[in-house]
Write a protein that binds this ligand. Structure first.
Ligand code: OAD
Ligand code: ZN
Length: 245
């Protein structure tokens, strides 16, 4: 499953960085974006995930996001999320970067995941930037408004056409640049700027690993591709790390 070369790299590594995508949550029952039943396969849905939709059709926008939150309500982290929590124990520096907005890494217990695309369990005001947890919005209102200034609020996630937070992206790029091993897990490796992180790592000498049952545009550029589901691969990785200790 993992090469001797990778195991040696991990044994000697001080700094390891991981990037996750929707595939890591797939085994918890969260739909991915581009797969067979992917959320974005329905283009009217893709159009809803924009600031313009929030401004023009706020009730429809919020129907969509309340539905996505409803989907996540009873969802639990899976073995892959928990294995990534364990990984924190084996390295001096372990950074988890995620494109997922589902909060499952935090729910599993990961200390400080860098959430590149935000977190759907929080809301942010489009005017004053006030950040509130979801339970602070008045659920009965179809279109929630900011408690402080009364403006439209949005889920605290990056919508289509929006730029990522520069400080958050900067931290992720730094973690990619300094690591000795970089592992890309469960992402189609298509969406920028996240898709560039593995190349930043490789350009700075990291050993590049991909865990994904399918091939992606990244696959031919990695040092090692593991074509397995993330829960299986990561559970095994933790067993190996445990033996190395
Ligand atoms: P995608 O839906 O594009 O890709 C999911 C990847 O997970 C695919 O490559 C699958 O092969 C893989 N996969 C499926 N099941 C898996 C499993 N059990 N174990 C490991 N891998 C598995 O999702 P992302 O790459 O995360 O952005 O998409 C990136 C961004 O595009 C998302 O964060 C979202 C979307 O637009 C925003 O919402 C801003
Ligand atoms: Zn406000």
């Amino acid at each position: 499953m993992f090469s001797e070369k990778l195991i040696t790299r991990l044994k000697n590594a001080y700094t390891v960085t991981v990037l996750t995508g929707a595939g890591v949550s797939a085994e918890s029952g969260v739909p991915t974006f581009r797969g067979k039943d992917g959320l974005w396969n329905n283009h009217s849905v893709e159009k809803l995930a924009t600031l313009e939709a929030l401004e023009k059709e706020p009730d429809l926008f919020w129907q969509f996001y309340k539905w996505r939150r409803e989907l996540l309500k009873d969802i639990r982290p899976n073995l892959g999320h928990y294995a990534l929590v364990d990984c924190e124990n084996y390295f001096e520096e372990f950074t988890l970067i995620t494109q997922n907005v589902d909060n499952l890494h935090t729910k599993a217990g990961s200390a400080n995941p860098i959430e590149l695309h935000g977190n759907i369990t929080k809301n942010r005001c489009t005017n004053c930037n006030d950040l509130t947890p979801v339970n602070c919005i008045e659920e009965e209102k179809e279109v929630p408004k900011c408690n402080k200034c009364g403006s439209l609020i949005k889920p605290d996630i990056i919508l289509f056409g929006e730029a990522l937070s520069q400080p958050v992206l900067g931290k992720a790029q730094e973690a990619a640049a300094v690591c000795e091993v970089f592992i890309s897990i469960g992402t189609s490796a298509l969406v920028e700027p996240a898709a560039s992180l593995p190349y930043i790592a490789k350009g700075n000498g990291a050993y590049l690993v991909e865990i994904n049952p399918e091939k992606t545009p990244l696959t031919e550029n990695v040092d090692e591709a593991v074509h397995l589901a993330s829960s299986e691969a990561l559970t095994n990785l933790v067993i190996i790390l445990d033996r190395l200790r």
